[in-house]
Design a protein around this ligand. Structure first.
Ligand code: ADP
Length: 676
């Protein structure tokens, strides 16, 4: 309430006015004037909002002026004046007077003045309060807005709760906030009670809060949740650590809510505040609870998917290893069976025995083909396929393949046409695997072309931009992401067979996939040939696509980069560069300081590697060895293997005394796995 002061020399006047103030229950003091200085000091020491000054005191004008000059205090001044002296007011002085009351005091006028004052004051107070609420709401809105941007994209659960408590503190100024976080399967976390408090809560209080929040949690859909074990995490403001918070807190105003989306509850919140919560506070609290539930759900889903992926990868690895072991076991007896059949066939045997022995031999060879495919696939999937790349001419492989299939083609009364360019450029490849690619494609062409059909194998040199990237099946990754190379040898294997429906073209490259038709059933096979082919091509940084029409035939096109045109890999020697999920690392260790430098210079000259602009050559001495680290961020493993192989081959050619170590960074296990 505003404090009034009435100053006069006249005690009767003071009493008269004072009575009026009493009637209106207005807090006031009276002051009998003796001298200006004392009066002014008294005013300064006490905080008055309104002063009534009698004009019978000397220099009341100077006093009023001085009162108005008190800093940060706009005191309302009323002059109790004698109308006969009104003429003596100077304009200058009247500016310091806010109101006038005439003498002698008319009680009715004073009363009505005070009434109107009280009304105005009430309105002003209400306006001030509303204004305060408004600015508080604006502040809460601002904090909530900022919280939204902090929460979005955050995948760290702990950080999320931290932001939530920070927002609760900023918007609702709680005395204590508690959150019961439920145990989650995906990260094997346990129930946790997080307490944020200004003062240290006493143990008895903590126990009660724990019980309360658990009972709220159970009411909210989690009746069957097991809260027998709850870890406690306390956060107390350092400045209040020596002060305790006792059970009086339980009498404070409180707000509670579960953090949930649909049926899944993640946590329960309970906060206490000495000052009662307003309607706006409740809305703000609900907004915060709502704000946090979406990112929490995102985190849970993200982690569940991540865990499932890890599990799937584990299963895939186990399956590949199992296939590999079983295939090895199956392969072992095939060689002696084959040898025994050879012995039987070399003997003088009846036609019937020969017929069946030959049939057995064909089936042994078919079985060993399937086993070899299974072994290849498991090696590819476990990243253990060892390619023996070298610079060579594909013409040799094309000739070998044409010869190999001569008999089969004749047997099926088919025609084989070949058109190989005279001077095919060299490629950098593993000849055995290139032959396997060609063999798979020619076998299929024969299998899926009826008797009397035609097969054409041809080559041509093409540019990168002549490849219709939209129709590419392989690359699995490399062609799309790296696409280093400009010139390719294009090998086309074209048949006049049954063809493939457009919608089936992508399917045929999937593991174990076969398109149902009469020829597939007769032809055998398990649907692995094209899967393996696709992987081999990818490992050679090449590509494959198919043009086909049902009942007209298919044309399988393979492209392999030309050796002299293989682009240098951009590498990064800046060891401080952030490692990401697909970072590969090569380490060169040399006993001689110049070796690594010379070697890298040679790799650059041979156009095998090219340093990026911001590369920094990192060289340091460790156990008497000079270490060079080269990082390959965002390079697919098969491209990395291809490039490492080129570096290894260069290393073999010169006498550098360098040891090369290859590693791929795996985010899941958070370490480097050495792969050499
Ligand atoms: P498979 O060992 O069964 O031949 P592949 O992976 O080599 O397995 O081929 C998968 C499927 O693709 C085949 O079963 C067949 O349906 C289809 N296919 C492959 N090549 C041809 C082709 N030249 N003509 C028609 N269909 C083909």
């Amino acid at each position: 309430m505003t404090k009034f002061l009435i100053i006069s020399k006249n005690n009767n006047l003071l009493c008269e006015i004072s009575e009026c103030f009493d009637e209106h229950e207005l807090e006031h003091s009276t002051y009998i004037y003796s001298n200006a200085e004392e009066t002014f000091n008294f005013i300064k020491e006490n905080e008055f909002a309104s002063i009534l000054i009698d004009d019978d005191i000397e220099n009341y004008d100077i006093l009023s002026k001085k009162i108005k000059s008190i800093e940060n205090n706009d005191i309302f001044i009323t002059l109790i004046y004698n109308p006969n002296s009104i003429d003596s007011f100077s304009n200058d002085f009247s500016g310091f007077i806010d109101n006038f009351i005439q003498k002698p005091i008319c009680k009715n006028i004073l009363n009505s003045t005070l009434n109107s004052y009280i009304k105005t004051k009430k309105n002003i107070d209400k306006y001030k309060e509303d204004n305060k609420e408004l600015s508080r709401s604006l502040y809460q809105l601002d904090v909530l807005y900022n919280t939204s941007s902090k929460l979005s994209g955050n995948l760290d659960k702990e950080k999320l709760y931290e932001i939530m408590f920070e927002t609760l503190e900023k918007t609702l100024s709680f005395d204590l906030a508690s959150a019961l976080i439920y145990a989650q399967n995906y990260d094997k976390s346990e129930n946790k009670l997080i307490i944020h408090s200004l003062k240290k809560p006493e143990n008895s209080l903590l126990e009660i809060i724990k019980e309360k929040i658990i009972s709220i949690a159970k009411e909210n859909n989690s009746a069957d949740a097991d809260f027998s074990k709850v870890l406690l995490e306390e956060h107390i403001k350092p400045s209040y650590q020596n002060q305790n918070l006792d059970t009086k807190l339980l009498n404070y105003d409180k707000l509670a809510a579960p953090i949930k989306i649909k049926d899944k509850t993640y946590a329960t919140l309970l906060i206490y505040r000495n000052k009662p919560f307003s309607k706006e506070d409740v809305v703000c609290f609900q907004t915060i609870v709502h704000q946090i539930s979406s990112p929490l759900r995102a985190i849970t889903l993200y982690n569940e998917i991540k865990n499932t992926n890890i599990e799937l990868k584990k299963l895939e690895r186990i399956k590949s290893e199992f296939v590999s072991i079983v295939s090895h076991e199956l392969r072992t007896p095939l060689a002696p069976i084959n040898n025994s059949l050879d012995i039987v066939l070399s003997d003088n045997i009846s036609d019937t025995t020969r017929h069946f022995a030959n049939m057995a031999k064909r089936n042994v060879s078919r079985l060993s083909g399937i086993i070899e495919d299974l072994l290849d696939l498991s090696r590819i999937e476990t990243g253990k396929f060892d390619f023996k790349y070298k610079k060579y001419n594909i013409k040799t492989s094309l000739d070998t393949i044409s010869k190999t299939f001569e008999n089969q083609i004749k047997e099926k009364e088919m025609v084989l046409k070949t058109h190989f360019e005279d001077h095919l450029p060299d490629i950098y490849a593993d000849p055995k695997r290139i032959e396997q690619i060609l063999s798979n494609l020619v076998t299929n062409a024969i299998k899926f072309t009826p008797k009397g059909g035609k097969i054409e194998i041809s080559t041509k040199i093409i540019n990168n931009n002549e490849i219709n990237k939209g129709t590419l099946i392989a690359p699995i990754e490399n062609f799309a992401t790296c696409n280093f190379n400009e010139t390719f040898i294009n090998i086309s294997i074209k048949d006049t067979g049954i063809g493939i429906k457009e919608e089936d073209i992508n399917k045929i490259f999937d593991k174990f996939s076969q398109i149902e038709n009469s020829l597939t059933r007769n032809a055998g096979g398990v649907g692995l040939g094209l899967t393996i082919t696709k992987h081999f091509i990818d490992s050679h940084l090449g590509g494959i696509w198919v043009e086909s029409k049902e009942n007209e035939g298919s044309n399988f096109n393979v492209v392999i980069p030309v050796y002299s045109d293989i682009k240098a890999f951009e590498i990064d020697l800046n060891a401080s560069k952030k490692i990401n999920e697909t970072t590969n690392l090569l380490t060169l260790k040399a006993s001689n300081k110049e070796s690594s430098g010379n070697f890298i210079k040679q790799l650059k000259e041979e156009n095998i590697i090219k340093l990026t602009k911001n590369s920094k050559e990192i060289e340091y001495l460790e156990n008497d060895m000079y270490i060079y680290k080269i990082y390959f961020p965002n390079l697919q493993k098969s491209a990395f293997d291809f490039m490492t192989n080129r570096i290894e081959n260069s290393l073999k050619e010169g006498e550098y005394g360098i040891v090369l170590e290859k590693a791929t960074y795996k985010k899941e296990s958070e370490d480097y796995s050495l792969g050499m």
